[in-house]
Design a protein around this ligand. Sequence first.
Ligand code: PEP
Ligand code: MG
Length: 320
Amino acid sequence: RAQRERTAAQQPARSADGQRIEVVANVRHAADTADALAAGAEGVGLLRSELLFEQRSSAPDEDEQIAAYAAVARCLGQDRPLVIRSLDVGGDKPLSYLPLPREDNPFLGQRGVRLSLAHPALFCTQIRAVLRATQGHRLHLMLPMVATLEEFRQARALVAEQAEQLGLAMPSLGIMIEVPSAALLAEQFAREVDFMSIGSNDLTQYTLAMDRGHAQLAQHADALHPAVLRLIGLCGDAVKRNAKWLGVCGAMASDPLAVPALLGLGVRELSVEAPAVAAVKAAVARCYLDECRALAQQLVELDTASAVRARLSEFQSRAH
Ligand code: PEP
Ligand code: MG
């Protein structure tokens, strides 16, 4: 079966009833982009740009960033989508060249887009590099850890300013849904963003108030908790009403068990780790979206993550 899945993985993913679902990959640089394409990924759903910024004594300049992003874009060609996430550091992931104050609660501190807004020169250099490196490609620019509309609007204004200065068009601009406030206000966000992608690792951590790296708690921080599924469902409904799209780029997207739930909640793009591409595409191919929607309605009424898992296992065994 694994061999059959690997062969099928070279085809675009479709549900059993023919709906196109994009199965793309999480990558860090051009080399693992090539690996992801070989595994059947249809593009990049999350370029984690942090690698370029870490373990050095000064920030990479615009040209160095252009070289890195252009290498990924070249690898993908002009037809495959490329979602580049702006710098997602801060708090627990410090950078030696940024004077960050010590924080008592780094996970609730200046991280993600908050850090970019506090250091606009750093952010604007990155945006200019992204825009210049990806002309002619299917770029989507994605902001991490957005909690409020004001943060999104401030970041959007900076992106618009850079695009205008460069004489380039405004790119498709979206947000990660990693903070419950953003999911709860999905309707308001959906009017202004071009897309949303669920960062299920952080969304689970903040919804359940369980540190994702905590030795005792991490095993209970289950993205299949009905509370998390409800938040994803709010996003699915909001993007549908506003003709935008919803993806998932957290670890949950790589779990074939979760696929029917996500499709039923309105997710249309799954950004996965390269080794998971074949199994996730196979899971998509077993799904009828009407059944998935009915399933999702049941799942959000359940009371625990283990009840959700039991229901999904039963669904999976019947779909085989
Ligand atoms: C997430 O939070 O789910 C995510 C994809 O971002 P990261 O794991 O890089 O925080
Ligand atoms: Mg995250």
